[in-house]
Design a protein around this ligand. Structure first.
Ligand code: TPP
Length: 367
């Protein structure tokens, strides 16, 4: 293992002045370390944006690198192939290897992508190297030396990072004191709309929902970060007689923000979109999102939602859900939540298979 500081310093010594990315717990250390240095790390909403930020920096004459989880490779492939490779921009990308080497030891949503990651990069002709958990600064230096040759040839090399290859560091996030515990918020929402079909976003939200309000009508969407509201839209359009509640995260909503415009445009009367805004990517270690400078209600109204409110108390949240059930939507309810304390409940897929989750959800939608 190399320390987060060594990882960042060795890159800075080689002139990499800017980093961007979307968190993976494998990069918790470097992101925390860089976040203490203003201007060094740009928190991107999705991996494609992160790569494009780095591409812009490269065009501007600044060496830049990107960090992402391999689940986000799909978001990045388009700007990788059509921008970075087409314009031959030298960007260095670090991607974690979830679901690798043995997918059985990871969550089900990594099962396909883990083993496929190296072959996928091979198929688009991207050079890649691997940083293993056992590696020290010497091996990292050797990997960077190889990557430098690609960069000099105006190629965009990847370094695949095994779990445990880079150490942790302490983040300098603002202390969060406002808001509701996420599990309380979920309990309040689901109790105020007991008949609703519920789509819970990836990460801790699905785990909390499973723990406090499990029901056959809950779809625990592990993976496909940012797509819970789009999935909810599809359900809502197919079942206009059912209230559909989407439990989203701030990081997840920001990842595919265009969904707000699509939902506003389609205007499903039966959709209630709840955002649990804890201002961090809590499931990957608490890295800050950019939600502190964004108004989700303002965005939803501008996108055509019928109503949008922010709530900070349990009573206000209950009232907002009850009002939303009575009036034609789509509705957005943004709730400030506190970072979780104590043990995080187990994933739904510890008890149910993904196929069980699918089947019982489908069954619950049948009239
Ligand atoms: C495309 C993609 N990129 C990155 C990840 C890694 N990841 C899993 S959960 C998560 C954070 C989600 O943040 P948020 O929606 O704010 O929910 P919170 O974790 O705070 O509950 C991230 C970045 C992922 N699953 N998929």
């Amino acid at each position: 293992m190399i320390s987060a500081q060594d990882f960042c310093d060795l890159l800075a010594d080689r002139g990499f002045g800017l980093a961007s990315g979307v968190p993976c717990s494998h990069f918790g250390g470097p992101i925390a370390h860089l976040s203490t240095r203003p201007g060094r790390y740009v928190p991107a909403p999705n991996e494609g944006s992160a790569l494009a930020v780095a591409a812009g920096a490269a065009l501007g004459g600044q060496r830049a690198y990107v960090m992402l989880q391999n689940s986000g490779l799909g978001n990045l492939v388009n700007p990788l192939t059509s921008l970075v490779m087409t314009y031959r921009l030298p960007i260095l990308t670090f991607t974690s290897l979830r679901g690798w080497p043995d997918p059985a030891t990871d969550e089900p949503q990594h099962e396909v992508m883990g083993p496929a990651t190296p072959g996928m990069l091979d198929s688009i002709g991207t050079p890649h190297y691997t940083l293993y958990a056992k590696d020290t600064v010497d091996e990292f230096t050797a990997v960077l030396d190889l990557a430098e040759k690609d960069l000099a040839a105006r190629r965009a090399p990847f370094v695949l990072v095994e779990r445990g290859a880079i150490g942790k560091a302490t983040a300098a996030n603002d202390p969060h004191t406002e808001g509701l515990p996420a599990a309380e918020a979920i309990r309040t929402v689901t109790a105020a709309a007991p008949e609703a079909a519920v789509v819970a976003t990836t990460g801790f939200t699905g785990r909390d929902t499973f723990a406090v309000a499990d029901a056959p009508g809950n779809f625990y969407m592990q993976g496909s970060m940012g797509h819970a509201s789009s999935l909810g839209l599809g359900v809502a359009l197919t079942h206009p007689e059912r209230t559909v509640v989407v439990l989203d995260g701030d990081g997840a909503l920001l990842m595919h923000l265009g969904a707000l415009s699509m939902i506003g445009h389609e205007a499903p009367a039966n959709l209630i979109h709840v955002v649990l805004d804890n201002r961090v990517h809590e499931s990957t270690g608490g890295q800050a999102t950019t939600s502190a400078t964004t108004s989700f209600p303002g965005m939803a109204l501008a996108a055509g939602y019928a109503s949008a409110v922010a709530c900070a108390t349990e009573d206000a949240l209950r009232e907002a859900v009850l009002r939303a059930r009575e009036a034609a939507g789509p509705h957005l309810i943004s709730v400030r939540t506190l970072p979780r304390t104590g043990a995080i409940p187990p994933r739904a897929t510890n008890a149910l298979s993904t196929l069980d989750i699918r089947d019982r959800f489908q069954e619950s939608l049948r009239p």
